[in-house]
Design a protein around this ligand. Structure first.
Ligand code: OAD
Length: 228
């Protein structure tokens, strides 16, 4: 079975109703990255940061995977599919994908601010964290999200996975954020790369087959192309 590695970004979940970050009207137009997505922002105003991620978490619990997520999950019948996502929602898992690596953390999890190994899973009925919600060691809980300025613990594993790819597919990411965007450079030479995005994306290489579609239509087109 050929091994397809898929790198996804916010555009993957756009058709499920989740905002992207850098498109017009995106999240970073409405919120300051420094305020809501950095350790300094959390120290300055933890309530603001908890509220931001509580809203994102509720939104993610309330939405459903789109045809793109479902199409990728269905591809496991014909391929070994590994998904590396920058997304913090769990829509790939809920669509049925079985091998999903979250580079930037997971909304459904929260962790201790003193012991990062103490991770707790929230549910649709218990989606909020408040100031004063503590881990078993008595420290405030924080979102299990990789903020700007923090290490990306899963990047090594992601690089190894990309190195093993027979085909790389990139969906719905502006490739603005490193180290995730640099993963494209870890493919073996000659590996076909497909990029699905309705808009032009500046990639660091020019040997990419561009499918100019949204995630749902793009995954359908990809599946047709791979049948040949
Ligand atoms: P961006 O918001 O930077 O890029 C979203 C991409 O999705 C753009 O290239 C859009 O053209 C594309 N897009 C829009 N609608 C789409 C659709 N229907 N189908 C497919 N693609 C579509 O989001 P990311 O590249 O994911 O990190 O951003 C990377 C990281 O920056 C995020 O993980 C987040 C953010 O700051 C952290 O918060 C740490």
């Amino acid at each position: 079975m050929k091994h397809i590695v898929v790198l996804t970004g916010a555009g993957m979940s756009a058709e499920s109703g989740i905002s992207t970050f850098r498109d017009s009207g995106g999240l970073w137009e409405q919120h300051s990255v420094e305020d809501v997505a950095t350790p300094e922002g959390f120290r300055r105003n933890p309530q603001l940061v908890l509220d931001f991620y509580n809203t994102r978490r509720k939104e993610s619990f309330d939405t459903k995977p789109n045809k793109g997520h479902i199409g990728l999950a269905e591809m496991e019948k014909d391929f070994k599919v590994s998904i590396i996502t920058q997304n913090v929602d769990d829509l790939h898992e809920r669509a049925g994908s079985t091998d999903v690596l979250h580079l930037h953390g997971e909304l459904s999890k929260v962790r201790s601010t003193v012991d990062p190994s103490l991770i707790y899973t929230l549910t649709a009925d218990n989606w909020e964290i408040k100031l004063g919600d503590k881990c078993e060691k008595g420290s405030q809980l924080r979102p299990h999200i990789v903020w700007f300025g923090e290490a990306v613990p899963m990047i090594e594993e992601a690089m190894h996975t990309v190195q093993k790819a027979d085909i790389l597919v990139v969906i719905g990411t502006s490739l603005n954020v490193y180290p995730a965007a640099g993963l494209l450079n870890y493919v073996k030479s000659g590996t076909p790369i497909f990029l699905i995005d309705p808009n032009e994306v500046k990639a660091s290489r020019n040997d990419i087959y561009f499918i100019k579609e949204g995630a749902s239509a793009g995954v359908e087109k990809l599946r047709e192309l791979l049948k040949i």
